[in-house]
Design a protein around this ligand. Structure first.
Ligand code: GZL
Length: 341
């Protein structure tokens, strides 16, 4: 009996030793992985990204493009912040990146003004700043290295020139045209540029009556709300220019609820910007007459810029992304392509 009990104790002891050894080896294994990650982290380029928000389908695609670019596999450590449309949140995020001494700061400025002080702080800290999507209005352009984004004024002009051609094709270019405009976030590069570009064309046509322009913050909810106001105020709207697809979705809902019709066969012409997939589907079915593309896939461009900076190569002050314009004539072929948005 005695030897059976001692045999049992020996087995329990052996089991305990094995478990401790396993735990130790496991923790060593875990420490190894952790240390490896830590070592890799030190080698990785640390990028602080302040994204302005998540207000639209376009913004979601833009964020995904950045997150897919600055990965551990590509040698980066990404610190990402969503500012929820508030400039003060972007300022806080950029100051946090400075105190964390990141290698690069990338941000999409929600509006063009109010950045001098924080950009001075980044410059004093020796941290290069790269603008994404939208631009800043600063005296001293050395406060940022480059901007990767769109030519918004050109986008606005494309919309204006398309409308000129459309009215000629319909044989009504000499008639009075009543236009309402849904604008994006007041003071953002996209709003400023698109408004200016369209106005450059519109002012050549004294029969184009811009009844009203009103901000709908690039969101579908506000787009519907503002369009409802327009429909109550102006019974004879012929054209809606909406500065992004999300506002367009809301505006179309309001127009249909009012009993009026839109698009290729409708009584209100719809011009939109961004060309996200849901909107291109509506171009294909004739609901939206034209969509001016604004390419959110800026991650690859940003990667190339940082590669050049890492190699001490000179970079341009502005890199425009490629973008197109879609109507019922060319959208079907586009929808067959591999689009990420
Ligand atoms: C355009 C971007 C705009 C999009 C909107 O580059 O700034 O902001 O057009 C987004 O969809 O909200």
């Amino acid at each position: 009996m005695f030897w059976k009990r001692s045999y049992g104790l020996i087995m329990v002891g052996l089991l305990l030793v094995m478990m401790i050894a396993l735990l130790l080896s496991g923790s060593r294994l875990f420490t190894d992985i952790e240390e490896e990650a830590h070592i890799e982290e030190e080698d990785r380029i640390v990028v602080g990204v302040s994204q302005l928000g998540s207000e639209s389908g376009w913004r979601t695609a833009n964020t995904e493009s950045v997150q897919n670019a600055f990965t551990q596999q590509n040698g980066y450590f990404l610190i990402y912040n969503n500012a929820r449309q508030k400039q003060e949140n972007q300022l806080k995020a950029i100051r946090s990146f400075i105190s964390q001494r990141v290698d690069y700061i990338i941000f999409s400025p929600v509006v063009e003004t109010g950045w001098e002080t924080v950009l001075q702080e980044a410059k004093q800290a020796g941290i290069p700043v790269i603008l994404m999507d939208r631009n800043v209005d600063v005296e001293d352009e050395s406060l940022y290295v480059t901007c990767v984004g769109s030519d918004f004024e050109k986008e606005g002009e494309k919309a204006g020139h398309w409308l000129e051609r459309e009215l000629v094709q319909r044989g009504v270019s000499g008639q009075s045209v009543n236009i309402v405009i849904l604008t994006g976030t007041e003071g953002s590069s996209s709003q400023i540029g698109r408004s200016a570009g369209f106005a450059t064309v519109a002012e050549k046509h004294n029969n184009w009556n811009i009844l009203e322009e009103k901000c709908a913050e690039f969101t579908s909810t506000k787009g519907k709300e503002v369009m409802k106001t327009f429909l109550k105020r102006y019974p004879d709207i012929n054209v809606v220019v909406s500065q992004n697809d999300d506002m367009t979705f809301g505006a179309i809902e309001a127009i249909k609820e009012s009993g009026r019709t839109v698009g290729v066969d409708g009584d209100i012409i719809i011009l939109s910007f961004d060309a996200v997939r849901g909107a291109l589907d509506m171009v294909a079915d004739g609901t939206i007459n034209v969509d001016i593309e604004c390419n959110p896939n800026q991650g690859e461009y940003l990667l190339r810029v940082i590669d050049m900076l890492e190699a001490d190569e000179t970079v341009e002050k502005m890199y425009y992304v490629e973008e197109d314009i879609f109507t019922i004539e060319n959208v079907t072929e586009e929808l067959l392509q591999e689009r990420t948005y």
